[in-house]
Design a protein around this ligand. Sequence first.
Ligand SMILES: [Zn+2]
Length: 94
Amino acid sequence: MLGYKIYFNGDKFVADNTATEVQTMPCDSTVSWMANKTYADNVVEKYNANDLKDVKKCKECGKYFWQTNDERIWFTDRNMKAPCRCYSCRKKKH
Ligand SMILES: [Zn+2]
């Protein structure tokens, strides 16, 4: 066991202690890993309290994603709507 996998289950963020691999995730991924249970619990609580509304489902692949802060500022500055596809799918299009 490598630690706690934190992910969005379609409804809210949860932490599983079943993380068997650690991957490099795209910058907009809603999945992350924590080694420590207390820290994982804190992160889950924080995400569910503040960031839940920012989670979106990708129109293309169905994965959950959210905007990074940099992206959010970029889109707001240009008066553009938030993307409806995840980073990987948007990258594929270009
Ligand atoms: Zn996608």
